[in-house]
Design a binder for this molecule. Sequence first.
Ligand SMILES: C[S@@+](CC[C@H](N)C(=O)[O-])C[C@H]1O[C@@H](n2cnc3c(N)ncnc32)[C@H](O)[C@@H]1O
Length: 251
Amino acid sequence: MTGTLHQIATVIAWLAMNTLRVMLMGMLCGVPLWAWADKAPPPHALGHAGHGGHGGDKPMVHRFEDPKHWAKVFEGPARDAWQKPKDLVKSLALAPGMAVADVGAGTGYLMPHLAEAVGVKGQVIAVDIEPQMVKYLTERAQTAKLTQVSAQLGDPSDPKLGAASVDRIVILDTWHHVPARIAYAQKLLAALRPGGMLYIVDFTKDSPEGPPAKHRLLPEQVQLDLQTAGFEAALIPEELPNQYIVRGKKP
Ligand SMILES: C[S@@+](CC[C@H](N)C(=O)[O-])C[C@H]1O[C@@H](n2cnc3c(N)ncnc32)[C@H](O)[C@@H]1O
């Protein structure tokens, strides 16, 4: 009898630990466990978005509508500890005067770091598909007096960047949300100047942070997507504990 009770207690403890772990994993992108169900894309995007991006896992079509809520989830020292934004931005090989687009910018986690790297003569274009995020990003840039930063609305199938308008594009913790990745990558290729670089930073399969496993992409898949779109793509060295960086160069 005591043995059976002990076994039941062990199973309950195991279930509780795993539930907690899964909730923590969802904190960054997949978000609260109770909100994991896929939701409709933003109204302005209807007719463009869809499931089943080419050649990979199911994209996580998810709304990010309340910037103040997401700022609490996305920003802070706990994330900085593993996201290492300064090291990450060093990997982007930015120089003063360059134009960089942060696609899927969210609340602007990278904004101050990118603005510093390109300087006042450079340009940071923060793109998001949520109108409320774009408003938040615009106000954040104004409050911080980052005159080199602007924010604009994209579409799930189109970042809406000008042709040959940027030197660098970074997509942080967002590529797994993009529905038709190869077609999207072709648009990113068109937005880059010759020799320009695209950096996709996303979660490894065994990361304790990030979206549910079914939405994660192997770096080899991301590399293949970029090559198919016309990039010279490679996995580059990084010091990030939970993530990989795939770099695509415009030939
Ligand atoms: C998980 S958040 C990451 C935000 C930010 N990059 C960060 O690391 O803190 C994903 C963001 O990408 C946006 N997003 C999702 N799909 C997108 C797409 N196809 N194009 C541009 N932004 C997208 C969402 O609205 C959301 O703000």
